[in-house]
Design a protein around this ligand. Structure first.
Ligand code: FES
Length: 134
């Protein structure tokens, strides 16, 4: 199983008020502080802009051979829940983690997903149902 990458945008500044450090940086800092690199095969990394600025704070999950996910609507207080989701993603064979298997605070945060390179058609999961839609 490949390494899971949790990229967190450190430049997200949702809302009109400018904060220093910005909420994206705080989310990243809190995730790094809470992260146990020995647990769950997850690497946390900073990134500048995931092109989801209108729905920041933003993050992404990716791993070779798995669906990649863009996540939005986050806030610094959700760093622990985001790490729990990343560990569940790492444990999943396809990267799909149903809403019911994510922390409740992250039920509505999936902005989109991208299949792994080299796949075509519904090779990783069947057509989404209400429950299986990310
Ligand atoms: S600044 Fe965070 S997604 Fe653009």
């Amino acid at each position: 199983m490949g390494e899971t990458w949790l990229h967190i945008c450190t430049t997200c500044q949702p809302g009109s008020a400018e904060a220093d450090p910005c909420p994206g940086q705080r989310l990243y800092d809190d995730a790094v502080a809470l992260h146990d690199p020995a647990a769950g095969g997850v690497r946390v990394a900073a990134v500048i802009c995931l092109a989801n600025c209108e729905r920041g704070c933003s993050a992404s999950l990716s791993s070779p051979g798995k669906w990649s996910y863009l996540i939005g609507g986050l806030q610094p207080a959700l760093a622990g829940d985001l790490l729990a989701y990343a560990r569940a993603y790492a444990a999943s064979a396809t990267g799909t983690v149903l809403r019911s298997k994510r922390p409740a605070s992250l039920a509505q945060v999936i902005v989109g997903r991208v299949p792994p390179p080299g796949t075509a058609g519904p090779t990783l999961s069947s057509a989404p149902t209400t429950e299986s839609k990310p």
